[in-house]
Design a protein around this ligand. Structure first.
Ligand SMILES: Cc1cc2nc3c(=O)[nH]c(=O)nc-3n(C[C@H](O)[C@H](O)[C@H](O)COP(=O)(O)O)c2cc1C
Length: 375
């Protein structure tokens, strides 16, 4: 079994691009990723960020549903504190039915306090508080997907499910309740996003046997994410399997090393890092992990240093070597989730990179063999 590849679409659009262009880019990317053989596409949800300008990932997923065949979609993540769980549970069930199972659900507490404020949450930076909201929201959604009658009065939301009206008359259809439970079961497959070194989200994912998803932010963070996840999983009777683990990373594959590096430095990825992501990586502490891994100093950090030391960039052979080294050092993962960038104006190099990654790189990376906390 070889590593799988996916796309994660935040989507890091230049501010001058319109909503219409962002939407188009999402659907075009889904179609191209499906054709290239990527197995999953995750789409973020952000209500406040100009560069991460998709408030409703489900709209892109729905628009791409009829134009793709194999790829699975996931909102990554639906920010549970920001919406009514009943509305969301029904929408998720319906969308997973539309996709006939090519769907899994990413959940998160939210990264940006501005976005929480828009939704009436003043203490969005208090992750203990927002994680309590996540747990209550999920509890309600799971009750709704079960379709047993209940009425729940929570700390944050109320919700219920009506009694099924059973009529003696077989022609009485006016009382039939619609079935918006997720495709094939009482719950969709759920994935949880982990980010901070001591990640409460990874613990939660392990406790419930959910799929763990990490943003790559250095080897120490990956190590503690997996330890936290697998310890919680084992304690709750779940098998922690690295094949289910997705790690997102900035990846670009070109025909030659030189060509790939030039494209990243001079193209949309370099532009995005210089204008948006470098300060964010410092602010969220991610850069410290990369600096430690490379044995460097803060003053060494510039775009070229990041391209050489953090990203996975090069020809197919070089990218195989770089991913294999990361696997040796971290224990590896099942799916490499490539961070998407704004190639809206000229998609060809980006789609070529995805093709090379999926067809020439991924089949040469073996899935991690060991399963369990020590893997
Ligand atoms: C792969 C991934 C995707 C994420 N997507 C979003 C998102 O779409 N919107 C958002 O507000 N936060 C997003 N986050 C951040 C989460 O909402 C949350 O802040 C984070 O996962 C908390 O992690 P922790 O429990 O490890 O501190 C994402 C995080 C990861 C790792």
């Amino acid at each position: 079994m070889a590593m799988e590849t996916g796309l994660i679409f935040h989507p890091y659009m230049r501010p001058e691009h319109t909503a219409r262009e962002t939407f188009e880019w999402g659907v075009q990317s889904a179609i191209a990723a499906d054709k290239a053989g990527l197995t999953s596409m995750m789409i973020s949800e952000h209500a406040s960020q100009q560069w991460e300008n998709i408030p409703n990932p489900e709209l892109i997923i729905a628009a791409a549903a009829l134009q793709t065949e194999h790829i699975k979609f996931a909102p990554m993540a639906h920010i549970l504190p920001h919406q009514h769980p009943a509305k969301l549970a029904i929408q998720i069930g319906w969308l997973s039915q539309i996709l006939q199972g090519r769907y899994f659900l990413g959940i998160g507490a939210g990264a940006y306090p501005q976005s929480s404020l828009i939704h009436g949450i003043k203490n969005g930076a208090d992750t203990e508080f927002t994680n309590t909201m996540v747990r209550e929201s999920l509890e309600i959604m799971e009750k709704i997907w079960k379709r047993d009658p209940f009425f729940f009065e929570g700390k944050f939301w109320n919700a219920g499910y009506p009694e099924q009206t059973v009529s003696d008359d077989p022609n009485d259809e006016q009382h039939l309740l619609a079935d918006f439970s997720p495709w094939g079961g009482v719950a969709p497959e759920i994935a949880v996003t982990g980010f901070s070194p001591k990640s409460p989200s990874m613990k939660f994912a392990g406790e419930r046997g959910f799929r763990p998803i990490s943003i790559f932010s250095g080897l120490d963070a990956l190590k503690t994410h997996w330890e936290t996840y697998s310890t919680a999983a084992l304690a709750n009777g779940h098998v922690p399997d690295r094949a289910r683990y997705h790690v997102s990373q900035t990846v670009f594959v070109g025909d030659t090393d030189r060509e790939a590096k030039r494209e990243v430095m001079e193209g949309p990825i370099g532009y995005c890092f210089e204008h948006y992501l470098i300060p964010i990586w410092f602010r969220f502490g991610m850069m410290d992990g990369f600096i430690k891994d490379a044995g460097a100093e803060r003053g060494d950090v510039n775009l070229e240093w990041i391209v050489d030391n953090v990203f996975v960039v090069g020809s197919p052979d070089t990218v195989v070597d770089k991913i294999s080294t990361l696997f040796e050092k971290s224990g590896g993962w099942g799916t490499l989730q490539v961070e998407s960038h704004d190639y809206y104006d000229d998609p060809a190099p980006w789609f070529h990179s995805l093709e090379l990654l999926s067809k020439e790189v991924a089949p040469r990376i073996k899935l991690p063999e060991k399963v369990g906390a020590a893997a």
